[in-house]
Design a protein around this ligand. Structure first.
Ligand code: MLT
Length: 404
């Protein structure tokens, strides 16, 4: 008889955002007249900008013609997009990343879940706590962790790096040396940003210990402060210890379009093996390339018109971030994030648990957020609101919350 991957059975409950969606759907079904404002999952609300829509239309028309039709995309991505990324995201910031070190994909969620496949299952994983659940869950699925520990609300065998108010929501170098280190900056869920000097410490630490950093920079477009790096490759030595994940979802509204990329520098070698070759092998075997029309849309992100239009879109969401931050602060909440990130991280009032606050907000203000404990034990007592709503809904949500 067939056996199942028992590692999946270690995972308690369903995926965080599925759990929230189910709870909200049940509440809405029971209260059909209530207008719920959703500031839970970090999903965008603004339409694709005109430069991207034009590129999509044009490429769709190309698909209607035998001479310009495109079948399978190159599995590592079209040259036109990889070059645009190398030039704009890396060369322009003084980072030495070439087009052939960039692997185009259908989004950073897939890549952040899949990247662990190229590492041995005996590697020790370190994550921030709270953390984007995909990093931990996919390592659980792969058998890189022990059992779920109900008392501590975490998995045995994982190094959790508490990100607390007392350390500015930034992880400290762990006592036990990890092999794989997941870092996400600007951070999801706390919205905290790391300075270049601080990130350099992580790069030096990883190089010294032979560890590999998986750096999720999905929110880099929201950075406003000068000393905050947009890429880990702004740090010296990152080419020999870091893989970077990037997304088109948050900077260009591609959550429903799907496009992302991963950078694996050719200098990143462990046990004499170039990780670039392993990821290329994995990509080639398991992925048939992001769609041509989507990659053309991605290229438009880097056109002068695309850049200007997206700057405005990011500013739109950041106005929401400021609205949430300032509104809650004035109402006496303890808030952080929202300066270099589209997430606001607030302390629940009256020591309420994160899920109790979730229920309370849903039932009294009809506002949905994300409970901090859903991101890990050290997220307990915190709550995340996203700035990706419409401006009108954001104002309404803050009006309702502050009126409570
Ligand atoms: C979030 O809300 O944390 C994100 O939208 C999740 C994601 O990007 O997959």
């Amino acid at each position: 008889m067939v056996t199942v991957n028992k590692n999946y059975l270690k995972l308690p409950g369903s995926y965080l955002f599925s759990t929230i969606a189910k709870k909200v759907a049940a509440y809405q079904a029971a209260n059909p007249d209530v207008e719920i404002v959703r500031l839970g999952i970090g999903d965008v609300t603004q339409p694709l900008v005109p430069a991207i829509i034009d590129a999509l239309h044009k490429s769709v028309d190309e698909m209607a013609n035998a001479e310009t039709f495109h079948g399978y995309a190159p599995d590592l991505g079209y040259e036109f997009l990889r070059s645009a990324i190398a030039k704009n995201d890396y060369e322009a910031r003084g980072c030495q990343i070439s087009a052939d070190e960039i692997f185009v994909s259908d989004g950073a969620k897939s890549d952040s879940g899949n990247i662990q496949e190229i590492f041995g299952t005996d590697n020790k994983v370190a994550v921030c706590d709270p953390v984007y659940p995909v990093y931990v869950d996919t390592n659980v699925m792969a058998g890189r962790t022990g059992e779920y520990n109900k008392k501590n609300e975490n998995f045995d065998g994982v190094i959790y790096m508490p990100c607390l108010e007392s350390n500015g929501f930034l992880p400290e170098l762990p006592v036990e040396t990890p092999d794989l280190i997941y870092l996400c900056f600007p951070n999801n869920p706390s919205g905290a940003a790391i300075t270049k000097d601080k990130l350099q410490e992580w790069v030096d630490y990883a190089n010294k210990n032979g560890a590999v950093i998986i750096y999720d920079a999905a929110y880099e477009a929201y950075i406003t402060e000068e000393d905050v790096p947009h890429s880990i490759y702004e740090c010296e030595g990152a080419r020999t210890c870091a893989i970077e994940l990037r997304s088109f979802s948050k900077n260009a509204g591609f959550t429903g379009v799907r496009l992302g990329f991963t950078v694996v520098p050719k200098d990143l070698v462990r046990e004499g093996v170039a990780l670039h070759d392993l990821w290329a092998r994995r990509h080639g075997t398991k992925f048939n390339g992001a769609p041509y029309i989507v990659q053309r849309a991605g290229e438009a992100v880097y056109s002068p018109e695309g850049k200007a239009q997206l700057k405005e879109q990011v500013a739109y969401y950041m106005r929401n971030a400021h609205t949430i931050y300032n509104g809650l602060k004035e109402a006496g909440y303890s808030v952080s994030g929202g300066v270099n990130a589209p997430y606001i991280w607030l302390k629940t009032p009256n020591n309420m648990s994160s899920w109790d606050f979730f229920d309370y907000l849903l039932k009294t203000a009809h506002v949905v957020g994300t409970p901090g404990s859903g991101f890990g034990a050290h997220g307990e007592g915190f709550f995340r609101l996203t700035a990706f709503g419409t401006y009108e809904n954001t104002l309404e949500a803050i009006r309702r919350i502050t009126a409570l």
